[in-house]
Design a binder for this molecule. Structure first.
Ligand SMILES: Cc1ncc(COP(=O)(O)O)c(C=O)c1O
Length: 432
């Protein structure tokens, strides 16, 4: 399966026909727990000597298929699926850091990730050092002996910047730390960060992978390639006995899957951000069509971006598909010349004209999600990035008048017609 194309993995990955029912589609195992044959069998499961399921907080057969499918799509050795993208981000960092450690991050982040990094983790003694920019030299400057990882979004939300993953991986590895990449906006259909040296990938499954705006979920995926043993002192959590789990040494027991299985055994087990089996099922349904949907998302976004750019009522459009975009060359390299369907623009007339345009949208929905089949619009400065100071917003690429669009898979003529009438309403000056 790992050798198959992404379109095929998206439909078949991780599922062997259910032996009891022969169900063609992944069944929903709506159960909290699983019977043991005997005390000895239960102990073997808890000792991780026997394969199987114990309790749905730790693993579940429906979620297991989702984990295998997402891991295969990214080309990783294993995944942990949890209740939201935020939980996945939180666990991915906790799995590397303890009090006194730090993480070095690019500044262009989704707003709640910024809040987690700037305000929540520091309360537990974990510092996040924000670089001046996403340039590898700015990141390298901040790495010290307490650094446990480097973090970026492959395509920043909403800045639209594209990180030079290969160069960031070189910098991280030169200092003996892994590179963590939030690949939510790009999806493994457009970009697989492990192919460029990343070590951990994080997803909000709520977005393009689920694709229908129905279901929350998150995933942490392990490349299986980071050499924890070579950096045994810095990463003793993987190489020394774990007193919280009967002295397990993760690299000995799990080999290449040490990172992801520790994430499950320690954080999912004790903090329990569980994805319900029904949600796993719904996310699997979405993933089946992700490759086709992304094609249409990309095509539609290109037409919408061009319409906005050609329109005198629009002041600026940030879209990496344009040859003069500063990230165009990186889009050629990492997105195969395509551009994601997330783009931002500013209406001529500043904040108030932007608000009038936003309020006049009829087809395009005003909300804070992205990656839905429907076209969506959001005003980051007043919603997703509201907790940031104006200076932090500027560093994260958020402008006061900026409208973020997540272009859906409707007919592009209809999306453009809606934007056209909203721009006309903005220009007319009144509220609808
Ligand atoms: C890039 C990115 N990462 C993570 C998240 C968080 O995901 P969730 O909303 O599933 O918790 C979001 C949500 O918008 C996001 O845009």
């Amino acid at each position: 399966m790992a050798r198959m194309r992404r379109e095929t993995i998206a439909i078949h990955g991780g599922y062997k026909t259910d032996p009891t029912t022969k169900s063609a589609v992944v069944p929903i195992y709506q159960t909290a727990a699983y019977e043991f044959d005997s005390a000895e069998h239960g102990a073997a499961l808890f000792n991780l000597e026997a394969e199987g399921f114990r309790y749905t907080r730790i693993n579940n057969p429906t979620t297991d298929v989702l984990e295998k499918r997402v891991a295969a799509l990214e080309g990783g050795v294993g995944a942990l699926c949890v209740g939201s993208g935020q939980a996945a981000l939180h666990f991915s960092v906790l799995n590397l850091t303890s009090q006194g450690d730090n993480l070095v991050s690019v500044p262009q982040l989704y707003g709640t990730t910024h809040t987690l990094f700037a305000h929540i983790l520091p309360r537990f003694g974990i510092e996040v050092r924000f670089a001046q920019s996403d340039k590898p030299e700015d990141i390298e400057r901040l790495i010290n002996s307490s650094t446990k990882g480097v973090f970026c979004e492959s395509v920043g939300n909403p800045a639209g910047n594209i990180c030079d993953i290969e160069a960031l991986a070189v910098v991280a590895h030169r200092h003996g730390v892994p590179l963590l990449v939030d690949n939510t906006v790009a999806t493994p259909i457009l970009l697989r960060p492990f192919e460029y040296g990343a070590d951990v990938v994080i997803h909000s499954l709520t977005k393009f992978l689920g694709g229908h705006g129905t279901t929350m979920g998150g995933a942490v995926i392990d490349s299986g390639r980071f050499p924890w043993r070579e950096h045994a002192e810095r990463f003793a959590v993987f190489t020394q006995p774990d007193r919280s789990y009967h002295d397990m040494i993760y690299v000995d027991h799990y080999g290449a899957s040490a990172y992801i299985e520790r994430c499950r055994s320690v954080f999912q087990r004790t903090m329990g951000s569980v994805l319900s089996p029904l949600s796993s099922f719904l996310l699997l349904q979405g993933i089946e069509t992700v490759a086709l949907r992304i094609e249409r998302h990309v095509e539609n976004a290109q037409r919408v971006a061009q319409f906005l750019r050609d329109d005198a009522r629009v002041q600026w459009v940030n879209y990496v598909g344009f040859a003069d975009n500063p990230y165009h060359a990186l889009a050629q390299k990492y997105l195969g010349g395509r551009a994601c369907s997330l783009l931002t623009f500013g209406v001529r007339g500043g904040f108030s004209a932007g608000t009038r345009c936003f309020d006049a949208l009829k087809l395009v929905k005003r909300l804070v999600n992205l990656g839905d089949a429907r076209s969506l619009a959001c005003h980051p400065a007043s919603t997703t990035h509201r907790q940031m100071s104006p200076a932090e917003q500027e560093k994260a690429g958020v402008k006061p008048e900026m409208i973020r669009l997540s272009i859906g898979i409707e007919h592009s003529d209809d999306i453009i017609a809606d934007l056209d009438q909203a721009l006309a309403a903005a220009e007319a000056g009144g509220h609808p």
